[in-house]
Write a protein that binds this ligand. Structure first.
Ligand SMILES: Cc1cc2nc3c(=O)[nH]c(=O)nc-3n(C[C@H](O)[C@H](O)[C@H](O)COP(=O)(O)O)c2cc1C
Length: 522
């Protein structure tokens, strides 16, 4: 034994390296059977796997230019980070975009901008920008809701996001006077820090389900009664990143806390089916909407990504015929984000936002019922110029998911599906979450929303308007690339937006249904 130790002790450091490399080579050639590259090129083959694993970071930090990354390029991310930190978010020397490129968007400024008169709400609060429409007003729901902000947090469940991320967002939304959509994973304590909440009902009916996984009106009613900050209900039909695709929450990921929030059993896989069990036709969907609205008194909406239009035609004509149906419709773009989805769905199923929204809006406009509905838009719209285009096309509010994540520190590592999100935003790993400073991150979200609204208002004023609801399809041109050069949105998408009734910001401020920090309700 002593001689062996003496022998090992005499091996120099480089000898140990050679021994380790020899062991790796033996393993690569004779032991492992799953990697041909390692077998054929022992030791050096590992370099390939290592470089491949750090490729995204290398490209993001060193190689990609400011405008080439997707889903959000460096300039877009930089604008959100700087806005969230209240740093200089301006650009020097002029645009670095190719403004002659196909599908480029131009906002048509007025010769003389809108002059904010003395005493106007925006002279004292440059971020005051509520929604111009009231959810549930047309159908006279018991508790109508005017979102206090035109930008809000889109559906993201506790489970896909960490507890600390959800809490930071909710506190930030409270400070910004915006609403926070729970996502389909139920209402968690982290969604309950004081912001207005839109409760999402997905196919799993998490938090409002009975023992068999069916929808329970009793539970929903109880929740709404106990939590007055829940201001609206959204029935999720689909989302842009994975329309028509269900999901499984594996038993091993279900903690006691998640089981309690979602009302599911521990130790069993939980299915989110592709379909709802509460309704199977458009008629039944309308009945479901009306039942929830009657029982809870809240406005009820639907969320969907757009593909085929026949059922949308059916919905619009039934709504016209009966006067019933959703109070708001959230249209999600195919470019939308997700915690996890197969690439075939994320990349190909459902239309991008502009095409999907214009198709659906046109249907409701032709039925002459667009004015009854609040249109909510999502799909990379958390930038003032893009929001201008959305409002010009008929959106009344926008929801942001990944932009909100970035404002609290997401670095677009695109690892939400691995539970290894390095910024702690989209992981349940306690260590990775522990770096999130909730008060600081909530301020960041607040500042991003404030900056967005301030800049969006400035663009609105530059076009001669007081509120972005006044944008029309003639206020934005789009480069069509051929000899037509540019066309208005009206010419491109073949409709005009229905005029939104708007008197003044002052009137919006006085509204008894106004949500957020400016709320007037008792
Ligand atoms: C991490 C994550 C989780 C999401 N979870 C949900 C969800 O539970 N329900 C839903 O309707 N949409 C969900 N979405 C989609 C977003 O709500 C939103 O519609 C989409 O990302 C487009 O907005 P964005 O471009 O601002 O991210 C999720 C998105 C992300 C990134």
């Amino acid at each position: 034994m002593h001689t062996l130790l003496l022998f090992l002790g005499n091996i120099p450091w480089w000898g140990w390296i050679l021994i380790v490399l020899a062991l790796v080579a033996i393993r690569d050639i004779f032991v492992q059977r799953s990697h041909t590259i390692s077998h054929n090129f022992p030791i050096v083959g590992h370099l390939r796997y290592f470089l491949e694993s750090i490729g995204p970071e290398l490209r993001q930090y060193l190689v990609a230019n400011n405008r080439e990354e997707l889903p959000f390029n460096r300039n877009e991310r930089g604008w959100i980070y700087a806005s969230a930190k209240k740093e200089n978010n301006y650009e020097g020397f002029g645009t670095d975009q190719d403004i002659y490129s196909h599908q480029y968007i131009f906002v048509n400024n007025a010769m003389l901008p809108f002059k904010v008169p003395p005493g106007h709400p925006n002279t004292t609060d440059k971020h005051f920008l509520p929604c111009a429409k009231v959810m549930g007003a047309y159908r006279q729901r018991k508790r109508p809701f005017r979102p206090g902000s035109v930008i809000n947090i889109s559906a993201m469940s506790f489970g896909s996001l960490s507890a600390k991320a959800v809490e930071s967002m909710n506190l930030g939304a409270k400070k910004a006077g915006a609403y926070h959509n729970t996502g389909e994973g139920g209402l968690s304590p982290y969604h309950s820090m004081g912001a207005d909440v839109v409760f999402q009902v997905g196919t799993g009916y998490f938090g409002v389900r009975d023992k068999n996984g069916n929808f329970s009106m009793k539970k929903l009613k109880k929740m709404v009664e106990e939590k007055p900050f829940v201001r609206a209900i959204e029935i999720k039909l689909s989302q842009g990143a994975k329309p028509g695709k269900g999901g499984v929450l594996p038993a091993k990921k279900i903690t006691r806390e998640i089981a309690d929030i979602r009302h599911v059993d521990m130790g069993k896989d939980v299915l989110s089916p592709a379909n709802h069990t509460a309704f199977s036709s458009i008629k039944e969907l309308i009945a479901f909407v009306e039942d929830i609205a009657r029982e809870t008194g809240l406005p009820v909406g639907i969320k969907a990504a757009i593909g085929k239009l026949d059922q949308w035609h059916e919905l619009a004509s039934l709504m016209k015929e009966t006067g019933k149906g959703p109070d708001f419709i959230t249209i999600d773009g195919g470019e939308g984000g997700t915690g996890a989805a197969p690439p075939s769905f994320a990349d190909h199923v459902s239309l991008p936002w502009v095409y999907g929204f214009s198709d659906v809006y046109r249907i409701f406009k032709e039925m002459d019922i667009a004015d009854r509905i609040v249109f909510v838009a999502s799909g990379k719209l958390g930038f003032p110029a893009k929001a201008t285009m959305a409002f010009a096309m008929g959106a009344d509010c926008i929801n942001v998911a990944r932009e909100a994540m970035m404002s609290i520190g997401c670095i677009q590592a695109q690892s939400c599906h691995t539970n290894r999100c390095p910024s702690g935003v989209a992981t349940q790993n306690k260590w990775l979450q522990s770096g999130i400073n909730i008060p600081l991150k909530s301020d960041r979200l607040h500042q991003y929303f404030d900056t967005f609204r301030k800049e969006f208002l400035e663009v609105t004023h530059a076009c001669g308007y007081e509120h972005p609801c006044q944008f029309t399809m003639y206020d934005v041109d789009i480069s069509v690339g051929d000899r037509n050069l540019t066309q208005t949105l009206a010419a491109t998408y073949k409709y005009n937006k229905v005029k939104v009734p708007f008197e003044s910001m002052e009137k919006l401020k006085e509204c008894p249904h106004l949500g957020g920090s400016n709320k007037n309700e008792a």
